[in-house]
Design a protein around this ligand. Structure first.
Ligand SMILES: [Zn+2]
Length: 249
């Protein structure tokens, strides 16, 4: 009888607690609900963008042409930087990456968590295998000798790997990478406004990382070639904002 009673007290207090959490307003409550695995609230909100331009998505949900594969907006996108072969020193390199990541975060509402420096090397084309705890996104520099996707005029490659959870056929990006061509970036660093060009290349690859594909319009940064566009265009912004509105896991 006594045991029953204490069990009942426990359950009641838990229910009361749940009730408070579920109806509680404000971001603190949202955070608490998230920690408790209750309601799912995205960590951030996409920017308000003026409609227009063109965009395309890297991948769509199976059998659903209008639903892009996105990152989970309820979880931080963990990333690491390997500054080896970057044209600048480590501190400058980390700042260069973080500024562009912050910009993509502000537009998409997706939250990124910097997990520090690493000596991991890129594995483009070999990222099909995703383990239970996928590796953080890797931002790195390499030459075409190491990463063959960088051969020719390619200044960088970026992308992400998707997986589903449980029986759900819904896909989420869970890891990915951006690799900048060390030779190309070294050359660009010598040019006038090299900083702006390097930033544009990184933003373009981060666009791929969060799910944008190339478009045919040279008014967009997601045009396949670098033709002097230094910032995201209208269509890029619209695509990025949509990629921040994915489902939570
Ligand atoms: Zn591209």
């Amino acid at each position: 009888m006594e045991r029953w009673r204490s069990a009942l007290v426990l359950v009641l207090s838990a229910v009361l607690f749940l009730g408070v959490v579920l109806i509680g307003p404000g971001s603190e409550m949202a955070e608490l609900r998230r920690i408790l695995g209750l309601g799912k609230d995205p960590l951030g909100e996409p920017a308000d963008v003026v409609p227009g331009g063109v965009h395309a998505f890297l991948e769509h949900q199976p059998g659903q042409a209008d639903e892009p594969v996105t990152w989970d907006p309820c979880r931080e996108i963990r990333y690491q930087i390997n500054p080896d072969q970057a044209p600048d020193g480590t501190e400058e390199t980390v700042a260069f990456v973080q500024e562009s990541v912050d910009e993509v975060s502000a537009i998409t509402g997706l939250r990124f968590a910097y997990e520090g420096l690493t000596d991991r090397r890129p594995e483009h084309g070999g990222q099909g295998l995703v383990t239970a705890r996928p590796d953080p996104v890797l931002v790195a520099w390499a030459t075409a000798d190491e990463v063959e996707e960088l051969e020719g005029a390619v200044a960088g490659v970026g992308g992400a790997t998707a997986r589903s959870y449980g029986d759900d056929r819904w896909l989420w990006f869970v890891t990915g990478g951006v690799t900048l061509d060390a030779d190309a970036l070294e050359r660009i660093a010598q040019e006038r406004d090299g900083g702006g060009q390097a930033r544009a290349i990184l933003l373009h690859e981060l666009g791929h990382l969060v799910g944008l594909d190339h478009v045919d319009s040279d008014a967009e940064l997601m045009f396949a070639d670098n033709v002097g566009q230094l910032d995201f265009g209208q269509g890029d912004l619209n695509g990025l904002a949509l990629l921040g509105t994915g489902k939570c896991r």
